[in-house]
Design a protein around this ligand. Sequence first.
Ligand SMILES: NC(=O)c1ccc[n+]([C@@H]2O[C@H](COP(=O)([O-])OP(=O)(O)OC[C@H]3O[C@@H](n4cnc5c(N)ncnc54)[C@H](OP(=O)(O)O)[C@@H]3O)[C@@H](O)[C@H]2O)c1
Length: 328
Amino acid sequence: MTEIPTRRLGELAVSAQGLGCMGMSHGYGASDDEQSIATIHRALDLGVTLLDTSDFYGAGHNEELIGRAIAGRRDEVVLATKFGFANRLGEPTKIRGDAAYVRQACDASLRRLGVDHIDLYYQHRVDPDVPIEETVGAMAELVAAGKVRHLGLSEAGAETIRRAHAVHPIAALQSEWSLWTRELEQEIAPLCRELGIGLVPFSPLGRGFLTGRYTSTEGLSETDVRRTQPRFADGNLEQNLAIVEKLDELAAEKGVTAGQLALAWVQHRGDDVVPIPGTRRQKYLEENIAALDVVLSAADLAAIDAAAPSDKVAGTRYDAASLAFVNK
Ligand SMILES: NC(=O)c1ccc[n+]([C@@H]2O[C@H](COP(=O)([O-])OP(=O)(O)OC[C@H]3O[C@@H](n4cnc5c(N)ncnc54)[C@H](OP(=O)(O)O)[C@@H]3O)[C@@H](O)[C@H]2O)c1
């Protein structure tokens, strides 16, 4: 494996691939903290710098876990966390972006992480009831206070991004982008490029589905969020498996795994793109990092596009309740 290259999110230098830490506390069933910490350590050893978390993941557990993992290694890490969900997983969504909440959320994250600053602080979802100028104004004050270095948004719409960026430079937009979720290519990615905002695709492996590992929801825990996601629902899942089968064939031709092909495709979107695949396991971490070495020709990219046409993806990426809070 070659050395991990550096990419820029606005002015922030990060490894070309980050590690999504959500699944270590949230969404994908029970986890083992020691295994998760070992995975984070392995990521740092291999040269991954960007660690992605949120105060929402495991209701603070994920930040505490990362705090434990990076104790003594803070200088090796570009630490990204998020605020905005004022509810717990499973409760009705309540987003808060008022200035008082932003200040309080940041202090709580710093405490849980055990650090004196956050490198990249995202608003996790836009609060429909608070002008973005108020939210980003409060985030900018955190930068002035030295608590935060760079600002980000997640799942923000075009108008919000423009207005936010006018208040304070936005370094990164973190939104879903993968072979089966390509909506942001139309308006959002071009806008980010116009404004110099880096792109951080989340769920770049389609929540693991694009690796071919999930052929049914039977093995998933009762609380696994994928059980609520339409693409994993009976009928849709079978149709979506046809896409994975084609990816698998193309991957075999290149001597890589389907997951590596899916990640390499995301990485070929541009030098301003830094995906954050999530895993709790060193084995997958190493496989995902090795995808940085996969070079795709124009013909490869065309074949991958043809194997995964957006109109053949069955089901929306979130249920209706969650879709109400994206691209806002
Ligand atoms: N901003 C947002 O609203 C938002 C939303 C979702 C996610 N995120 C962030 O994005 C990160 C990544 O997204 P994600 O975790 O939802 O989805 P993902 O990266 O597309 O997929 C993660 C899933 O794939 C599995 N996996 C990873 N590498 C694999 C491999 N090489 N082979 C087989 N299976 C593999 C993981 O399993 P194991 O865990 O068992 O290893 C996990 O179940 C999250 O950790 C989080 O930090 C942000």
